[in-house]
Design a protein around this ligand. Structure first.
Ligand SMILES: [Zn+2]
Ligand SMILES: [Zn+2]
Ligand SMILES: [Zn+2]
Length: 148
């Protein structure tokens, strides 16, 4: 276990500086959604976010939530885990990076490992195909340290 409040504080701090750098506004709604996602290290779906948000505020329209998620994703503050159709907070939004997600099937814990250039085979694969990558995500499904 770890002190998750530290993770949350770090994430919110990073979000502020990233938005400032990108000249974007971190509105109260954007902050609220980001905080909900950082509630744990388990990915959350748009539907869960919508439900949680509606408990705290008056009705929030689904398109508003989708737009907010899009904003957070575009600014690198969250990642979408395609295989789960869910979102997870990024702890390194200030760095351009590829990600390897280790996704536990049992407890849903998702760990993000940064995959900096040269470490994985991705560079070779994209070069071979003369493909210009913008970002990439590798999702590894299995069992975490405490579950296997
Ligand atoms: Zn944490
Ligand atoms: Zn990341
Ligand atoms: Zn696990």
């Amino acid at each position: 276990m770890h002190d998750h409040q530290v993770c949350i504080n770090h994430a919110m701090q990073m979000a502020k500086s990233v938005c400032k750098r990108n000249k974007q506004e971190l509105t109260p709604l954007r902050q609220a959604v980001l905080k909900l996602i950082w509630n744990s290290h388990q990915p959350v779906t748009a539907y869960q976010i919508l439900a949680d948000l509606s408990k705290k505020r008056k009705m929030v329209a689904p398109p508003t939530v989708y737009r907010t998620l899009e904003f957070l994703e575009k600014n690198g503050l969250i990642h979408k885990i395609e295989s789960l159709k869910a979102f997870i907070g990024c702890s390194h939004p200030d760095q351009n990076h590829g990600s390897v997600f280790l996704i536990c099937r049992k407890c849903n814990y998702v760990q993000e490992e940064l995959d900096m250039h040269g470490q994985s085979n991705i560079d070779k694969i994209v070069n071979k195909n003369i493909f210009l990558p913008q970002s990439y995500v590798i999702e590894v499904i299995g069992f975490c340290k405490s579950c296997h």
